[in-house]
Design a protein around this ligand. Sequence first.
Ligand code: AMP
Ligand code: MG
Length: 339
Amino acid sequence: MKKRLLCALLALSLLTLPGCKRDPEPVEFSTFAMDTMMSFTLYGDKEKCAIARSTIGMILSDYEAALSATREDGGIAKVNRADGQPVELGSPQLLERTLELCEVTGGALDITAYPAVKAWGFTQEEHQVPSPAELAELVEKIDYTAIKLEGDTVTLPAGVEIDLGAVAKGYVGDVLAGQIGLTSALLDLGQSTITAVGAKPDGSPWRVGVVDPARPGACFAVVELEDMAMGTSGGYQRYFEQDGEIYWHILDPDTAAPARSGLASVTVASPSAFLCDGLSTALFVMGLEDGAQFWRDHPELDFEAVFVTETGEIYRTAGLEGRFSLAEGYEDREVKVLE
Ligand code: AMP
Ligand code: MG
C-alpha cells in the first residue's frame, strides 16, 4: 500500500517538473481580412478561446469596413469622396495618432500619398509607371498638413485623398491584443505585422522570424517577443517589374515614386503594433542613416529596429541585445549594432 502511494506521489512530482510540463494545445486558425491572410494562435481554456475567436472576427470585420479606402462602403473611401466637405468619423483616434506620426517623422510617413499609390496602380494591381509630369502633379497633392481634424470631423481639400494602409494593421493588432481577454496569444496580421500577447504558456518568449528581403521564403533572424509587436516594411512585399526596373509600394512623399533609400527592409519592434507598422514604413523612406538618427532622437517612442540594405548588410539597434539572433543558415552574417 505504502509502495503504491509512493509511486503515485513520484508520478505526480514528475508531471509537475519543469522538463515534463507540456504546453496546452493552442487554438489555431487563419482568416482573410484587410487584403491579407491572417493567422492566430490562442492559448487559454476552451471557452475563453472561443470567445476570443469570435471577438477577433467581429473586430476585423468592423475595422476592415471603417478603414478601407478601396471598398465602396469603406469609412476612408467616404472621406476621400467628400470633395472638400467635412465628414464625421466614428472614432477619430487612429487618424489623430497617425497625423502625429506623420509630423514626428517629418513627413516620411504621409497618408496623403494615396493619389500617388493609385497612380502607380498599387490599389487595383494594374501597375504602371506615371510620367515625370504626372509625378510632379502628384507630389503637389501630398501634404498631410492640409488635413483638418477638428474633434470628430475631418476635412480634406478637394483633390486630396488619404489611405491608412501604412498603419491600419498595426493599429488593429493593438485593438485585438487589448480585447481578446487572453494572456498568451500570437496574432499574425499578415505581411509581417505580428503582435505577441504575453509569453508562451511555458513562460518563454514568442520567437518570431524576420524575412530575408533577398529570399522572402526564408527568415534571416529571430526576435524574441513578450507583450511586444513587430512589423516589417520591405520592397519585396508588393512590387512590379517593368523594363528591368523594380517598383515597390512604399513611396517617397518628396517624389511620389518608390522610395529608393538604399534599404531592402526595415523591421520595428515595440510594445505598440501601431508604431511598428507606421515607423517601419517611415524608416524605409528615411533610409539607414536618417532612420538610425531618428531612433537616437526619439527614445520616448520606445522602439527598436533592424535594417537590411539593398546590398544585404544587416544593422540592428542596441536595445535588441539578447532578443535578436541570426537564424539557422545565416550564422556567419555580420550584424552591425547601432548605438
Ligand atoms: P506598409 O506595408 O505598412 O509599409 O505600408 C505601405 C502602404 O502604405 C502602401 O501600400 C500604401 O498604401 C501606403 N504608403 C506608401 N508609401 C507611404 C508613405 N510614405 N506614407 C504613408 N503611407 C504610404
Ligand atoms: Mg507600415
